[in-house]
Design a protein around this ligand. Structure first.
Ligand code: BV8
Ligand code: ZN
Length: 254
C-alpha cells in the first residue's frame, strides 16, 4: 500500500474546501459488489437490461427483484474504514463535501454530514402516479410490484437510471463544489458514467489539486496530481492519520 506523500498532507492542511467524489469502489470492502468489477453486479445482467426506465416498464418484477437483492445486501453490510475516515476528515478540514454516485446510504450511516447523492438512494421509493417518496420498510409485493400506500400507483426505486436526468439541485451543488474546491479526491470510481465522471476534470480545470484513490487506473489517472494505487479502506485511514499527526504537531487541534 502506497504511503501518503508529504505534499498531499500539506495541501490538505492548507485547504479550505475539500471534495470527495465516491463510486462503488468505496463500498467494495463493506461487501457491496461493484458494477463493473469481476464480481460486478452487471456481470450477469447489463445495465441496459436493468438500470433503465424501459427495462423497468417492460419487466417491473425482474427489476424489482434486482433492487430487493441489492437492498438486502446494503441493509446487511456495515460502512467500512474508508467511509469512517471521511467522517473523521471533517474534523481536520474547514469544509468537506462528499459527492457520491452510490445509492447504498453507507456514507450517511457512517456519519458523514454533507453528502450529495447524485444517483438517488436505494432505500427510498417513488410513486409513478403521485410522485410521493415512500420509505416504508415493509413494501406490499402481493401483486408482484409494490404499490403506493397513498394512491395505489406503482412504486419504483428512487434511483437515477440511464437516460434519466440527475436530481437538478444535487447536480448544481456538485458542479459548484468541484469548481470551487482546493483538493478533489476521486475515490473508488471507474469514472465512466456521465455527468458524474466529468466532475474530476472540472475540478482540475478550476485549479483543484486532484487525487485518485483506486487499485486500478481510470481516465482520472491521466491528469490526477497524485495517484494512490490501493484500496480506499486502507488508504483513507492512513491519509487521515497523517493529517491528524501533522495538525497536532502544528498545534492546530480542531
Ligand atoms: C444522463 C444508479 C442524460 C442506479 C447508475 C455515451 C457517452 C457518454 C455518456 C453516455 C453515452 N451514452 C449514454 C450516456 C449517458 C449515460 C452514461 O454515462 N453512460 C456510460 C455508461 C457511457 N449517463 C446517463 O444515462 C445518466 N443520465 O446522462 O441523462 C440526459 C440528458 C438530457 C435529458 C435527459 C437525459 C444517468 C447515469 C446514472 C445511471 N445510474 N446507478 C443503480 O445504482 O442501480 S450508474 C452506476 O454506475 C452507479 O451509480 C455507479 O455509481 C455508477 C458509476 O460506477 P462506479 O461507481 O464507478 O462503479 P464501477 O463498478 O464502475 O467502478 C468501481 C471502481 O472502484 C473501479 O474503478 C475499481 O477499480 C474501484 N475499486 C474496487 N475496489 C476498490 C476500488 N476503489 C477503491 N477501493 C477499493 N477497495
Ligand atoms: Zn402514489
Amino acid at each position: 500500500m502506497p504511503n501518503i506523500p508529504e505534499k498531499l498532507v500539506r495541501r490538505l492542511a492548507e485547504a479550505e474546501k475539500v471534495v470527495v467524489l465516491t463510486g462503488a469502489g468505496i463500498s467494495a470492502e463493506s461487501g457491496v459488489p461493484t458494477f463493473r468489477g469481476d464480481d460486478g453486479l452487471w456481470k450477469k445482467f447489463s445495465p441496459e437490461e436493468l438500470a433503465n426506465f424501459d427495462a423497468f416498464m417492460k419487466n417491473p418484477q425482474m427489476v424489482w427483484e434486482w433492487y430487493q437483492y441489492r437492498r438486502k445486501i446494503v441493509e446487511e453490510v456495515q460502512p467500512n474504514p474508508g467511509h469512517a475516515a471521511l467522517v473523521e476528515l471533517e474534523k481536520w478540514v474547514p469544509s468537506l463535501v462528499v459527492i457520491t454516485q452510490n445509492v447504498d446510504n453507507l456514507h450517511q450511516r457512517a456519519g458523514s454530514r454533507h453528502v450529495i447523492e447524485l444517483h438517488g438512494n436505494i432505500l427510498r421509493n417513488r410513486c409513478l402516479e403521485c410522485g410521493r417518496i415512500v420509505t416504508e420498510k415493509e413494501l406490499d409485493f402481493s401483486d408482484g410490484v409494490p404499490r403506493c400506500p397513498h394512491c395505489g400507483g406503482m412504486l419504483r426505486p428512487d434511483v437515477v437510471w440511464f437516460g434519466e436526468m440527475l436530481p437538478e439541485e444535487a447536480l448544481r451543488q456538485a458542479y459548484e463544489a468541484a469548481e470551487t474546491c482546493d483538493v478533489f479526491f476521486s475515490v473508488g470510481t471507474s469514472a465512466v458514467v456521465y455527468p458524474a465522471a466529468s466532475l474530476p476534470e472540472i475540478a482540475f480545470q478550476h485549479g483543484a489539486f486532484v487525487v485518485e484513490v483506486n487499485p486500478e487506473p481510470t481516465p482520472v489517472t491521466d491528469f490526477a496530481h497524485i495517484v494512490l494505487r490501493g484500496k480506499s479502506g486502507e488508504i483513507l485511514p492512513e491519509l487521515v492519520a497523517e493529517i491528524r499527526k501533522f495538525k497536532s504537531e502544528n498545534q492546530q487541534i480542531p
